[in-house]
Structures are given as structure tokens and as C-alpha cells.
Ligand binder design. Structure first.
Ligand code: ADP
Ligand code: MG
Length: 219
């Protein structure tokens, strides 16, 4: 039996929408289905990525990172992540579950306004080596709900402290992107219970697995 390529499934959405919770559950779910899945995150996933993550999330008060520099830092992290983790793992038959990937750059850097959409697309194409997710789950809930969930978790960082209007713009842009790429990006309402959210996410993952096995049968 030839080795099959794994799936790349990414999770996106505003702070507190439930990404980190969902990736852990889906990681476990795929394991229960007898698949081997790898859990990873952006920025991060490699030595370079985790170093960049620390710089981006907790810069010293005396330093400023401008929008161009920020976009390149995220993309540098993504390039290393794609080359060193995602591509080899997919090739080895692992599924990859990533907490954020290219859409976060398009959305956050786009909202910040430093670069144009086509520039962000171009940077992302370079950073991903053209590798697109098989499925992207956009977890969606009202901004105030997400922020209050995060505060409950005591996880405040630079991004959480930005204004609610900023997070609302981020939410809108994620939804617009999902609308434009509806084949890949599935919007899941995560305002309900963990169980309800997980059930909806699982349905999309099941559908992906089913689609691929149907396609194989046809060959
Ligand atoms: N469906 C849900 N209902 C209620 N609380 C949730 C739900 N999903 C996640 N949480 C909680 O909300 C907080 C933020 O979730 P998290 O997964 O860390 O979000 P993100 O990684 O998207 O910022 C955590 O305390 C988590 O336990
Ligand atoms: Mg998280």
C-alpha cells in the first residue's frame, strides 16, 4: 500500500473563539479514528517560529515593530513552519492540525492596513510555498464573548488589549474571506457550548475524510 498524504486542517478566528480548545479536541478525534495527527501553531511550531512568536506577542515597551516588519516576521515564521514541519509531516502521512496559518496574516495585517491585499497574498504564497489547507475552520462568535472568555482564562497579551472595534474588524474580515473561499473555509458558530462547537467541527472533518475516500474509489 502506497503511503497516503495527510490532511492540513487549520483553525482561524478572533481571540477567545476557541481555536486552542478545538485543535486539541480534533487532534484527539483524529487519533481515535486511527489517523496520526500532529498539533502545531502559528506563529510558532519551529525554533525560529517560537522565537518570533515571543517577539511579536511580548515586545519590550521601548520597541516598536512597524506593519511591514510585522508582516515579514509572521511570514518568516510561516515559511519555517511550512518547510520544516508541515510539508515533511504531510508527506509522511500525518495529518497536521494548525492553530492559525496563512489566513491570519491576510486578516490581521490587512486590518492593520500596512500592506495591500495583493501584497499580503503574494507574501503568503511565498511563505507557504503555495501549500493551501485542505480545510480551514473559522470559529466565529461575538467579539465581546471571545474577549470575556480570554479574560476568564487570564490570558491577556498585547493583542487582547487592543480596542473592541479592532477585533470587530478582524471578525468581519475573517467572515468576508470565508465567503470568498467557501469551498475551503467553513464557518462554525462557537458561541455555544464546547460540545456543540466540537460537534460542528467534527462534521466538517468527517466530510473531508469522506470526500477524499470517495475520490480514491473513483480512481
Ligand atoms: N465553546 C466554548 N464555550 C465556552 N468556553 C469555551 C468554549 N471554547 C473554548 N472555551 C474557553 O474559552 C477560553 C478561550 O478559548 P481558546 O481555545 O483558548 O481560544 P483561542 O485559542 O481561540 O484564543 C478558554 O478558557 C476555553 O476553555
Ligand atoms: Mg489560542
Amino acid at each position: 500500500m502506497g503511503k497516503k498524504r495527510g490532511f492540513l486542517i487549520t483553525f482561524e478566528g478572533i481571540e477567545g473563539c476557541g481555536k486552542s480548545t478545538a485543535v486539541r479536541s480534533i487532534h484527539q478525534y483524529l487519533g481515535n479514528l486511527g489517523r496520526t495527527a500532529l498539533l502545531t501553531r502559528e506563529p510558532g511550531g519551529t525554533w525560529l517560529g517560537e522565537s518570533i512568536r515571543e517577539i511579536l506577542l511580548n515586545p519590550p515597551d521601548t520597541e516598536d515593530i512597524d506593519l511591514t516588519e510585522e508582516a515579514f516576521l509572521f511570514c518568516a515564521s510561516r515559511a519555517a513552519h511550512t518547510r520544516k514541519v508541515i510539508k515533511p509531516a504531510l508527506k509522511g502521512g500525518y495529518d497536521i492540525i494548525s492553530d492559525r496559518y496563512l489566513d491570519s496574516t491576510f486578516v490581521y495585517q490587512g486590518v492593520a492596513g500596512g500592506l495591500e491585499n495583493d501584497e499580503l497574498d503574494y507574501l503568503n504564497r511565498i511563505a507557504t510555498y503555495g501549500l493551501m489547507p485542505d480545510l480551514t475552520i473559522l470559529l466565529d462568535l461575538p467579539v465581546d464573548e471571545g474577549l470575556s472568555r480570554r479574560r476568564g482564562a487570564g490570558a491577556m497579551n498585547r493583542i487582547d488589549k487592543k480596542a473592541i472595534t479592532y477585533h470587530s474588524k478582524v471578525r468581519e474580515r475573517f467572515l468576508e474571506l470565508a465567503d470568498m473561499q467557501s469551498d475551503r473555509i467553513k464557518v462554525v458558530d462557537s458561541s455555544g457550548s464546547r460540545e456543540m462547537t466540537l460537534k460542528r467541527v467534527k462534521a466538517h472533518v468527517d466530510r473531508l475524510i469522506q470526500q477524499v475516500s470517495d475520490r480514491k474509489k473513483k480512481k
